[in-house]
Design a protein around this ligand. Sequence first.
Ligand SMILES: C[S@@+](CC[C@H](N)C(=O)[O-])C[C@H]1O[C@@H](n2cnc3c(N)ncnc32)[C@H](O)[C@@H]1O
Length: 235
Amino acid sequence: MNSFEISKKTARLVVLQRIEIANSLQKYFRKLFGRYIFTNIITKFFLSTQEVSNKYFKIMSDEFLTIKDCIKEDNKNFLSIGGGVGGLEAIVNSNFNDINFYFIERNFVSNKIKYGWGGLLNSEAYNDVLEQKNFLLNNSINNSQINIFDFDNDQLPKLKFDIIVSLLSLDYHYDFNIYEKYLREVSTPKTKIIFDTIRADYFDKIFNNVKILDSQVNTVHKSKRILCSDFKDKL
Ligand SMILES: C[S@@+](CC[C@H](N)C(=O)[O-])C[C@H]1O[C@@H](n2cnc3c(N)ncnc32)[C@H](O)[C@@H]1O
């Protein structure tokens, strides 16, 4: 696999989820006409699906390299929080056998997406769970491996996960606190939890083990990708 099978509708979602995929003309239009026109018109009618597919594949392949060594052959239950359409998981699936993927996502696209910090309000989203399912099926994940949950409407899965991954989502756009109680319930001391944050030090108070996997110095957010495990008891 060296590019993704992607529909036009999914390409639009991917550009909203990974704004770095937009080309310079699209970014210029975003500046000129604003976020509403960009979200609802430019991304719907002025995208090259092939270009988006190629760029998305490259970005997800690079992201995979940052987490690859954390996944062990016996890790079977994988939870993705805010995984977008799931390009990363499609690549994980092509490198590892028999993983059950659980996705928690949202099923709407905000009208005027703001990519900042939403804290506990967490009102922004840019996904469509039907498109996500089609994308995963079209990129070689079997139906039996796919379990998608809508954060706003579904009861979240209650099992112990081996690995939990949230890139540019949990504690990057919204507060970790929204998920803390749930993550305590679905993890064991061995569960590996990987996410991006601008306050890595804060997590020394929450987990017994925190390791920095990667640092982004050239982005607005200047975030760190951290690998955490073993929740500390609550005070
Ligand atoms: C910036 S995108 C990143 C997508 C993907 N992780 C990636 O790296 O390409 C953030 C994603 O988080 C999702 N999201 C927002 N709030 C969420 C929540 N409370 N739970 C799960 N996903 C959420 C959005 O719909 C969006 O798909």
